[in-house]
Design a protein around this ligand. Sequence first.
Ligand SMILES: C[S@@+](CC[C@H](N)C(=O)[O-])C[C@H]1O[C@@H](n2cnc3c(N)ncnc32)[C@H](O)[C@@H]1O
Length: 455
Amino acid sequence: MYYPKKRWKAGRDILGIAGTTFQLHNGAQVVPTSGFEDVGFPLRVETPPQIWAYALEIPLTLTDPTDAPVTGPLLFEIDITVEQGSVGLAAATPGLGAFASAETFVTADAGPTKALVFAKEAQSCAALILRKVDNGKMPSVATLWGIRCAKAKDAWAEPALGPSAADPGATDVPLSELAAILGLGDTEQTEPAEAGAMIWRAFDASDRLPIIEADRLGAHLGFAEPFALAERLLEHPLTQWRMERDDALILSYLYAQHAPRRHLEFGTWEGFGAVLCAQSCGAEIWTINLPDGESTADGSAVYAQPVAAGTELPPSTPTFANSSGALYVQTDRGERIGWRYRAAGLENRVHQLLCDSTEWDTSGYPPEFFDSVLIDGGHQVNVVVNDTDKSLPLLRPGGLCIWHDFCPNPEALESSPAGLGVAEAIIKNWARWRPEFSDIFWIRPSWILLGVKRR
Ligand SMILES: C[S@@+](CC[C@H](N)C(=O)[O-])C[C@H]1O[C@@H](n2cnc3c(N)ncnc32)[C@H](O)[C@@H]1O
């Protein structure tokens, strides 16, 4: 959990929880008994087998030992051991209508855990819930050893910043919150940001990034068909997201419905994205990659895979040995760039550009040449800024600008250096780029930000 660790700490006053009964849902069981019970610990719960199904509800009647009113942010500490599968813990509003906190996940490999659940407002917290959050067919099994609740103090003494993007009920994300997650502060920056970027300004409460649920994508964009595979996106948490398995479903739908005639993709890599586009619609594709692949500051290849001993490779395969002599293929270099679209027989639909996108000369392309753009090359802030700035004049009005690796969910973002670069580029250039789009939103759940260019 991002917020409790970094922003919030428990105050001294431990509150009475005084829940008198718990309730089981969806066929969950408490071993050895079931039904309405007094809350006593340890409490061992077997969830239903379905992912996301609520299992246990512990109603809350919070009292302060000093008789002070219980308002403001709260921190719950839940001692728990998960024996099988994974569970989510969260506070919920009355009638379990919505989450009143971000959800904290605990998995079986975590051992005895002190799970922290942060809730922005005590008065919204009617119950704590536990539910199954893994995709396995078996029920999850967990033992609760005890629960403590304390008024939370804001470690940075800064009001109104909460984990909105982690709140399943949120319909938008305050940009001030995203800027704070990135450690950018929310005051005006005095130095110019990266090349091409404007000085950014302070965000106020009205600066918000809308969230569109994946299953509403078709209706929102006025497409003929709904996105039928939205449910499949619920099978994996955003922290374990994979482009090829998860975002690919959304991208394929977007390409099929938007039907670009000309599509531009920054970052070819092995050509998975180009194949996806070519097989989803009739587009002609332009895709750009560094000819020698991407390296870190110390010269190590970013995209590489180990070669198993005894494997015979064609002589043109780009390989290198690490300091211990182990052999690797550099998968974004030389003939490995785009091999998937060639293997799929789609070479005649793809224009492969080999250069650093920051040095790419776009002057030969007519304005508004492309119907869609996928920005998925270098994820450093300056490269995302460059690629977006080069795309905007080349994208036709009504065209789609798709940024990959954008996800405002704090926990997911924390685990992704690529995501941090994209989010920082967006935040720093919001005031400049936002007017270029009639619509711009995060698709939930995904690692995709989508902009529709203003007509
Ligand atoms: C995330 S991968 C692209 C994945 C691809 N879009 C797909 O869907 O399969 C990023 C690629 O961008 C390339 N890249 C990184 N920096 C670049 C730059 N400045 N110019 C062009 N390509 C770059 C890397 O070599 C890598 O192959």
